[in-house]
Ligand binder design. Structure first.
Ligand code: FES
Length: 161
C-alpha cells in the first residue's frame, strides 16, 4: 500500500467504477464539469435521469486529478445511482471523505465530487425546467400511463443492412 492512501481509495483508483461519457446534448443528461482551483484537477460527472420517476438511472465520470479525486468521483457514481435529484443534491463532500477515509489535506478532492454532482443536477434542471415541479417520488407506482401515443412518421421503413 502506498503511503497516505487508504485501501478504499486505492480500490477505486485501481478499479474505477462507471468511467465514461454521455452525449452532452441528450435531453435527459445533466453534465457537471468542475475544477479545483488549488491544484488544477478537473472532474466531469454526467447523470442520466429517468423522466418517469425522476431518479438517476445511469451515471458516468471522467476525472483528471489525484487518486483521491478519482476515488471520490468513482464512489460518488455508486452512491447516486437510483437516487432522486433531490437526494443526490444533498450529498456532502464529508459523506464521500468519510467513506474513503480521506485525510484533511485531501478534503478538497472530495469537494470536487460534491461540486460535480450539484453542477450536473443544475445543468439537468436548466435543460428540463419543468422537471423540478414534478416530484413523482411519493406516488408509489400508481402513475397513470398517459403517454402511450406513438406517431407513425411516414415513409417506407428503411432497410439498412
Ligand atoms: Fe486536487 Fe486531489 S489534489 S483534487
Amino acid at each position: 500500500q502506498r503511503r497516505g492512501y487508504h485501501e478504499k481509495v486505492l480500490d477505486h483508483y485501481n478499479n474505477p467504477r462507471n468511467v465514461g461519457s454521455f452525449q452532452k446534448g441528450d435531453q435527459d443528461v445533466g453534465t457537471g464539469l468542475v475544477g479545483a482551483p488549488a491544484c488544477g484537477d478537473v472532474m466531469k460527472l454526467q447523470i442520466r435521469v429517468n423522466k418517469d420517476n425522476g431518479r438517476i438511472d445511469d451515471v458516468v465520470f471522467k476525472t483528471f486529478g489525484c487518486g483521491s479525486a478519482i476515488a471520490s468521483s468513482s464512489y460518488l457514481t455508486e452512491l447516486v445511482r437510483g437516487m432522486t435529484l433531490e437526494e443526490a443534491g444533498k450529498i456532502k463532500n464529508t459523506d464521500v471523505a468519510k467513506e474513503l477515509c480521506l485525510p484533511p489535506v485531501k478534503l478538497h478532492c472530495s469537494m470536487l465530487a460534491e461540486d460535480a454532482i450539484k453542477s450536473a443536477i443544475s445543468n439537468y434542471y436548466t435543460k428540463n425546467p419543468n422537471s423540478r415541479a414534478t416530484d413523482l417520488s411519493g406516488t408509489g407506482g400508481v402513475i397513470p400511463d398517459v403517454k402511450v401515443e406513438i406517431e407513425q412518421t411516414g415513409g417506407s421503413p428503411a432497410a439498412a443492412v
